[in-house]
Design a protein around this ligand. Sequence first.
Ligand SMILES: Cc1ncc(COP(=O)(O)O)c(C=O)c1O
Length: 404
Amino acid sequence: MSKPGDESGPRDPYFVTLQAALTEAGIASPTLVIDKTRLNANIDTLMGQLPAGMAYRIVAKSLPSLDLISHIRKRSGSSRLMTFNQPMLNALTRAMPDADQLVGKPLPIGAARNYFAGLAAGDTQAAGQIQWLVDTPERLRQYQELASATGQNLRINIELDVGLHRGGMEAGDTLKTMLEALKKSAELTFTGFMGYEPHLAALPEALGWRERAKAGAWRRYGEALSQAADVFGADAVSNLVRNAAGSPTYRYYQTTEIANEISAGSCLVKPTHFDTPLLEAHQPASFIATPVIKSISRTRLPGLEFAADGQRAWDPNTLRTVFIYGGNWLADPVDPPGLSYNKTFGRSSNQEMLNGGHNLSIEPDEFVFFRPHQSEAVFLQFGDIAVFEDGRISARWPVFEASA
Ligand SMILES: Cc1ncc(COP(=O)(O)O)c(C=O)c1O
């Protein structure tokens, strides 16, 4: 184990400007900030990478704010959404009745019932634009019963297992039976397939592992499409929704031979889990900003005061302490540079301790900035998003209610 060097240093001018904007806007509590200029650049990067004919589906759970989704819809020109829970499905049906919502996981039939029970008068037509995801013959039977009982026609998309092994169908007799049942049904309409494969980006490239898994995923997808063509005819299949990908894998789709739409959300705000070589062209566009409550020049740990000199001598990054407003988020501190959590003191949701080196210089009421690890749950913890644009906070965007 080598002795750590001091990582503290001057603040990044970008965060100094962001701090001034937050102060100017009167913000003084933990806040999720989106840099709109960077968000726009990320949307343009994504759209610019798609091959001709490839549609884009906006992953709502990773961008959990109606205003954020509206902005992305406008800039990307896409009205396709991928939605993951019943409350969000109802909220989006209400707010965006023209959107085509593909449900991103198979919802229990009870949740589908609750969706219809929660529909406002006048939303029935919009409800007809939902593609319900179905992963087994049993779930298909349940959705058929719901459609028969309510007289509501339902659109059905079948989840494929293309190698992630998180459930879903593979080509074979059972899939054929499901497709035939869909063809026969007066109330159900088959809209297409969804085959998600984020595991591909995580596999090593060495020895051709990733390429083999990718070829395997596309072979499985292709087999399901052939089976659909056998049942519905080739013409009908050319109109199907063939959904694939997520942020880590969307760039693999350089033709529309297998998929004709990709879904992605996180890469537009780029939390740290998406710092991958394939997403290098995307910029971090979301930060947690929180005020410093206390700034202390010497770190002292309760009951371990005698050990402080030794710890400092080994790791200069433990010299100074700040206590921040809130904490314990799924996030890493990024500015001022060189800050880290204190393993001995532990995490705190109330006043979290962060340590830094000799050059850490930050006063109470100034802001520490973090990058979230993921967007979906973290964005919901701070109230309205602060939108940073042209050096100021130009808008506040409410987020969805936290729900699974
Ligand atoms: C079915 C499905 N498609 C796509 C995505 C991609 O979302 P993101 O781009 O935010 O990673 C997810 C994420 O969980 C998913 O479950």
